[in-house]
Design a protein around this ligand. Structure first.
Ligand code: AMP
Ligand code: MN
Ligand code: MN
Length: 329
């Protein structure tokens, strides 16, 4: 059962020191949600920090955001009154921040995934929200604090990135209504889009070219897939976040219903980023492999050789898609 924004604020009011964490390899929503919440909590007079669940740096892509500062969870020795998890529905997505669940006096999850695994004391979530930042925005508005330009910018970036610039199937009226409010506060939508999507290095484009060169199809063209190796990133001097927007390129191919990008993450295994166009639920598919996500965007990680993971996932996707087609659903 989800708390209301007012009830979530009550949980926060009872705490003074608060640590916030999003999922590992944070995207625009995890980062925007966490930083927006930190701004709100500081405005409410709390001591709030954002933890990073990994020892690698926060993605450069979002460095334009105000006060882009994080504390590595592995170096955080505090015992917070409250630990707030944003944009994650399972504890194992927290990386090195997961440890804080065991030391914090109280815990709260603020999320928009559909498969919340009940790992915290309190929960506020909405699976129809396009981003966790949507839920954060509701909490900000319920707080009585006047939203600042920084808060609006953080939440705008969360919603813009999780909806693929207001285009993916999770885009709904609330995304536009919230964006309208944020623009009213001073957010410049063209600038935000430019900073995130039109700020690519030639190396990032070369990585995309490599991925395009390796595209293969299955299921009569309904599944498109490709892969990126650790060495590809190393050779091009890129970090993992350079791959964030690549699955959307695969899904944009005519006739493709589901796209899969496999990324070799060395000792962590092979991560598959899945994207679907219409009705196929990649979140449900990924959860059968221990992963998760949303209907239109999901991921899973398997510790098996790349070719085995590709054939397992691609054959699974192709057979489920063809079963659905023959069943007429
Ligand atoms: P990605 O695979 O990184 O492109 O992520 C797509 C969506 O799936 C995001 O909402 C992620 O939070 C979610 N996701 C990715 N990997 C996992 C996983 N192993 N378990 C649960 N959710 C995941
Ligand atoms: Mn996310
Ligand atoms: Mn999200």
């Amino acid at each position: 059962m989800s708390l209301s924004p007012e009830e979530a604020l009550k949980v926060m009011e009872g705490a003074q020191s608060i640590a916030i964490a999003g999922h590992v390899n944070p995207d625009g929503d995890a980062i925007g949600s966490a930083l927006a919440l930190r701004s709100l909590l500081r405005a409410l007079g709390k001591d709030a920090v954002v933890l990073l669940g990994q020892d690698s740096a926060a993605p450069e892509l979002y460095r334009f955001l105000p006060e882009y500062e994080f504390v590595r969870a592995s170096e955080y020795s505090g015992v917070p009154d409250l630990f707030i998890v944003v944009d994650a529905s399972t504890a194992k997505r927290l990386g090195t921040s997961e440890r804080i669940l065991g030391v914090a006096r109280d815990t709260l999850v603020i999320d928009h995934h559909s498969n919340y695994e009940g790992f915290a004391n309190h929960y506020i979530g909405d699976a129809t929200a396009p981003a966790a930042a949507t839920v954060i925005w509701r909490i900000i508005k319920a707080s009585g604090i006047k939203p600042t330009l920084a808060m609006a910018t953080y939440c705008y970036v969360g919603i813009m990135t999780d909806t693929g610039r207001f285009a993916f199937r999770n885009t709904n009226a609330s995304a536009f209504a919230d964006a309208t409010e944020m623009i009213g506060i001073g957010v410049d939508p063209a600038r935000m889009s430019e900073l995130v999507y039109e700020n690519r290095t030639l190396s990032a484009l070369r990585l995309e070219a490599l991925m395009i060169d390796r595209i293969q199809f299955s299921g009569g063209g309904s599944v498109a897939y490709s892969f990126i190796l650790e060495d590809d990133l190393r050779a091009l001097g890129l970090e993992r976040d350079a791959t964030e927007q690549l699955p959307a390129t695969l899904r944009a191919i005519k006739g493709v219903e589901v796209a899969a990008l496999f990324r070799d993450e060395g000792t962590k295994g092979i991560h598959a980023s899945l994207r679907s166009r219409n009705t196929f639920n990649v979140g449900a598919f990924a959860s059968r492999f221990g992963g998760g996500g949303h209907a239109g965007a999901a991921g899973l990680t398997l510790k098996q050789p790349l070719d085995e993971v590709i054939s397992l996932v691609v054959s699974g996707l192709a057979s489920e898609l063809s079963a659905r087609l023959s069943a007429g659903t």
